[in-house]
Structures are given as structure tokens and as C-alpha cells.
Design a protein around this ligand. Structure first.
Ligand code: C2O
Ligand code: CU
Ligand code: CU
Length: 498
């Protein structure tokens, strides 16, 4: 164990971002106003693509001085990059990935959404890599792995939110078997961080943790409000990841509609035309944007994701003093001569539909919150501002996560129907590792063609029914709320497939 300075420890124990010295209110104000011409150039993380079915990658997780919005900020990063490198894969690939832990605390790695083994040195989130140690992961993608946008991030229970919020995340692309004709492709990693005004680190407060912390700056590929350039009629493909710890991102682009190819993994038979795209934390969208002449702003439209209780503040109370408003993320500057219109998107092979297949078991997972863990204030007691709210437990079926307790045992090859029920007054984005979920019933719309996702948002006081085909792999892994503060507070269960 290396000698740790207090500062290092605090960086990791707190929100993961060192303070910057200038007034942050000004910065947030600027971002929210979204007017001032953005001179920040569009930037993407470097790509590392597999060759002949193989990719060898080394990632070092460590502390890093980054330039954010023109200021020096101490962040966490993979290979000194924020986001980390984009891994570009093909179905059937074999990936060898060495993770070197140069953080002063344990970490590990999860390849979110990939359909790979959860055991041994594959996508095993139950291991812990100690400081200064390295671990060699190996992932074998099945030859029919669905195309899509995936991502990687730490998954060491208890510090997942801190480490992700600090800057540890990167994109994974699994390419389409049939290429989609576009003028250019971009990766769009959306994340948020908190820069404080003092020369110290802001720790997450118990209140922010219960609500799910939201950063006071929203970054696109690690940049504050970059500008992208295109020509009219260019067809761009944006692979978008919501890598925020807790923030819901509803994207809108002035004057433009989105053609949604799919969410998480797999493709719709043909693109869906949408006015906006809502991504709860952890979710991804693969979209086409056809450029219209002019200057459009990409915005994150404010989303109401409920509250802890009727008296405990609204969704945006993590930025106290600022009214909830749309956040401009980037400028899409379209000028020049119009390009030739692109050929149509090839029709995609229909996805598997579990509605036509027999199910082997039904279960319900109930997502709840319970008071407890801390002394309860007697009603007569005068509440102090810091401890007005007793600590809350975030539970699934009434229990907080315990790595020693298997919550759900499934036989390999079975198809199960799960009812995901949220009995709390706030949204929870539910995520299952390794095996994606097919949406069966949602309260707000009827499902037509098959839709597969690995993150499914459950609105307050409602249920969503999904089906999962537990095929190909055995082993232990987890399901959890992807508001990663809730996951760290216990809203996670252990799943064993055998
Ligand atoms: Cu991203 Cu467990 O998740
Ligand atoms: Cu995951
Ligand atoms: Cu949650």
C-alpha cells in the first residue's frame, strides 16, 4: 500500500474532482446561458480498434491534472484521458485488457452491456484490484454479439459513484455487421462533474447521495460546450452515452429530429424519428442526425426524476440556488454547400421476440427506500440542518446488497419474466449485467416491435415488465439501480446463473 497524502484520499472519498480556484457560479452561469460563442473545438477520445479478431488494451486508472473549461482540475482518468480511449470491436472478438490500478484505493472494471461471461477474469465485478496492482481481463464476444454502443467504468461496490464521477469511463463500440452509410461518425460521451469554488474538494453530502449527485458542469467528451462542424445534408451518426452518475439527459437539437437506430444494444428494424431522446444514467443511444443549415444547440432538457419525499426538495436541488433549466451541451454549426443526400439505411434483421417463447419463471424485484441506519430524530427534537434527514437505505425486495447472499438463482437457458416495481417517489434506472432485457409492458405506451435494453427506467410508483433470456453464460453477477449513488447505498442484488 503506497503512502497516501490526505489530499489523495479526500479526492477519492469525496466527489473526485479537485476544486478550481475561480468562481464556479460564473462557469455554470455561462454554460446555462449557452449564448457566448463556443470556441472549444470538438474532441473525441482516441480509438483502439481490434485487428483480425483481437484487441490488446492497457488501461491505467489514476489521478490526472486535466484542463476543464480552461482551468486545471484534478480528476481521475484512464490513461490520463477523459473519457478513456474508445474500444472498437466486432462480434466474435477476443479482447485482452490489463487494468493497472494507480488509484490510492481498490477499483475494478465493468464492460457495461457486453454479452460476455461474468466469471473468472471476464466481466467479473466481484473482484477487487488493490492499489498498485494490475489485473488481466479477457473478454470473448460471441460471434452473434449485437451491435451497439457500450461502455466501461469501475464497479467496486461502495465507491462506484465516486470513481465514475471523478472521470473514470470510456466508450465501447460493437460494429454493425452491415455498415450504415453516413458522412461521419462521432462518439458523444456525456458526463457531469462538480467543480467547487474553494481550493479544496467538495464531498458528496448524504442528501446528494440519497438523491443521486448531479455535477454542476455537464461535459461532452470531457469538454465544456464544444462546437461541431458539418455541411447541410451531411448524415452524421452519433453514438451517445449517458455516463453521468445520476443525471438524466434528455437530448434535443434545435431544428433537427433524431433518427434512433436503437438503444443500448441491437437495432430497430428501421430508424425511429424522435423529437428528443431521453437517456437515464447508463443508457446509450445510436442516432442519425441529418444536418440542417444554420447553428443549432444540442441541449439537455430538464428532466423531473421525482424526489426523495414530498418535503425533500426537487430533482435539481443538488445545484442549490440555480433554477432547473436546460443545459446547452454543444453547438452544431452547419454551413457550406449541401452534400448529396445519403442512401437509405439498410433494413435491419428483426430482433428476437421473447413474447413468442415460453417462459420458465416469473419474479418481481421491488425497488424501495427505507429510513434507517442512523438515529431517528424524535418529533420534539429540534432538527439540525445537517442531520435533519435520517440516512436512508436503498433496497431491492427490502434488502440492501450483501455480496455473501445470492438473491436470484436462474438456470442457464431459461427465459424469465421479471416485473420491476418502483415503490418510491423517484425514478430508478434498473440495469442487469450480461443479459439484456426485452421490454414487455410499460405503463405509458404499448410495445410493438421488440425493444431490447440493458437499462430500463422505472418511474415512481409503477411497474415495468421485461423478459430475459439467460443463455450462453453461467456465473455470478449483479443487477442494480444505475443512479450509482443508489447502487453504492445498497440498491443492488446478486444474480447467479447456473
Ligand atoms: Cu454500468 Cu453495473 O453498471
Ligand atoms: Cu453494467
Ligand atoms: Cu435508484
Amino acid at each position: 500500500m503506497p503512502q497516501l497524502s490526505r489530499r489523495q484520499v479526500v479526492v477519492l472519498g469525496g466527489v473526485g474532482i479537485a476544486a478550481i480556484t475561480t468562481g464556479v457560479a460564473g462557469l455554470v452561469g455561462q454554460q446555462r446561458a449557452g449564448t457566448g460563442a463556443s470556441r472549444t473545438k470538438w474532441k473525441e477520445p482516441p480509438r483502439m480498434a481490434s485487428v483480425d479478431g483481437r484487441l490488446d488494451v492497457e488501461l491505467t486508472a489514476g489521478q490526472h491534472q486535466a484542463q476543464l473549461a480552461g482551468r486545471d482540475v484534478s480528476v481521475l482518468a484512464y490513461n490520463g484521458l477523459l473519457p478513456g480511449p474508445t474500444l472498437v470491436l466486432q462480434p466474435g472478438d477476443h479482447v485482452r485488457l490489463r487494468l493497472d490500478n494507480q488509484l490510492p484505493e481498490p477499483t475494478n472494471l465493468h464492460v457495461h452491456g457486453l454479452h460476455v461471461s461474468p466469471q473468472d477474469n471476464s466481466d467479473n465485478v466481484l473482484i477487487s484490484i488493490e492499489p498498485t496492482e494490475a489485473f488481466d481481463y479477457e473478454y470473448q464476444l460471441p460471434p452473434d454479439h449485437p451491435p451497439g454502443v457500450y461502455w466501461y467504468h469501475p464497479h467496486h461496490h461502495g465507491t462506484v459513484a465516486d470513481q465514475l464521477f471523478g472521470g473514470l469511463y470510456g466508450a465501447i463500440i460493437v460494429e454493425d455487421p452491415q455498415p450504415i452509410p453516413v458522412t461521419r461518425e462521432r462518439i458523444v460521451v456525456i458526463s457531469d462533474i462538480t467543480m467547487t469554488g474553494e481550493d479544496d474538494i467538495a464531498r458528496v453530502t448524504p442528501m446528494e447521495q440519497m438523491r443521486g449527485r448531479e455535477g454542476n458542469i455537464v461535459l461532452v467528451n470531457g469538454q465544456v460546450h464544444p462546437t461541431l462542424h458539418a455541411q447541410p445534408q451531411d448524415r452524421e451518426r452519433w453514438r451517445i452515452i449517458n455516463a453521468c452518475t445520476s443525471r438524466y439527459v434528455k437530448l434535443a437539437l434545435d431544428e433537427h429530429t433524431w433518427e434512433l437506430l436503437g438503444k443500448d444494444s441491437g437495432r430497430y428494424p428501421k430508424p425511429r424519428v424522435m423529437a428528443d431522446v431521453l437517456l437515464p444514467p447508463g443508457q446509450r443511444a445510436d442516432v442519425l442526425v441529418t444536418a440542417q443549415a444554420g447553428t443549432a444547440i444540442l441541449r439537455a432538457v430538464t428532466v423531473d426524476r421525482g424526489r426523495l419525499s414530498p418535503t425533500m426538495g426537487g430533482p435539481n436541488a443538488s445545484s442549490p440556488g440555480l433554477p432547473p433549466r436546460d443545459v446547452p451541451l454543444a453547438t452544431f454549426a452547419v454551413s457550406g454547400t449541401a452534400a448529396h443526400p445519403m442512401p437509405p439505411v439498410p433494413r435491419q434483421t428483426p430482433l428476437r421476440d421473447l413474447r413468442a417463447e415460453p417462459i420458465t419463471a416469473k419474479r418481481e424485484l421491488v425497488f424501495g427506500m427505507q429510513m434507517g441506519g442512523m438515529r431517528r430524530s424524535a418529533p420534539s427534537e429540534h432538527p439540525q440542518p445537517q442531520n435533519r434527514h435520517p440516512m436512508m437505505a436503498f433496497t431491492i425486495n427490502g434488502q440492501v446488497f450483501d455480496p455473501q447472499r445470492i438473491d436470484t438463482t436462474v438456470s442457464v437457458g431459461s427465459i424469465e419474466e421479471w416485473v420491476l416495481t418502483n415503490i418510491t417517489p423517484m425514478d430508478h434506472p434498473v440495469h442487469v449485467h450480461v443479459w439484456p432485457m426485452q421490454l414487455i409492458h410499460t405503463p405509458d405506451r404499448s410495445i410493438q416491435e421488440p425493444e431490447w435494453q440493458d437499462v430500463v427506467n422505472i418511474p415512481p410508483q409503477s411497474s415495468i415488465t421485461v423478459r430475459v433470456a439467460f443463455d450462453t453464460f453461467v456465473g455470478q453477477t449483479v443487477y442494480h439501480c444505475h443512479i450509482l449513488d443508489h447502487e453504492d447505498l445498497g440498491m443492488m442484488g446478486l444474480l447467479e446463473v447456473r
